[in-house]
Design a protein around this ligand. Sequence first.
Ligand code: DQA
Length: 153
Amino acid sequence: MTSTTDASDRGELLVLNGPNLNLLGTREPAIYGSATLDDVANLTIAAAQAAGFSAECIQSNHEGDLIDAIHAARGTAVGIIINAGAYTHTSVAIRDALVAAELPAVEVHISNVHKREEFRHHSYLSGVCDAVIVGAGIHGYELAVSYLDKVLA
Ligand code: DQA
């Protein structure tokens, strides 16, 4: 799934969602809530536009697609918001791509991963992201835009 908005003065934010997040709204609603991925895209785009950014929202279940999108962002985006789903806990390759991008990046998790299974407590991405937002539900994406609004001022 890909959603885009028109370019605006402050540039584009790349909003990446990883595996299984296409099932938001029906997947484990007690943990992830009832909002869908379209809801996430809409609220993130609205927050981005309110701050003068455009946003490109991409979801993929494939690690390489996420990496390709991060590579493409090197020339086109001013910041990255990433919820890598389970790849958060496994992917050195996504970590390396974020380093290569040399862009401010915010890691978002809808659930509070620290209240969940031990294997979710470690993130390969947190050490290379500028901010980490966990457990705020889908509001975390708006918080991520707000953070980028400040640091890109
Ligand atoms: C998640 C947390 C991950 O541990 C999990 O694998 C997901 C979603 C979250 O948004 O809370 O797919 O990133």
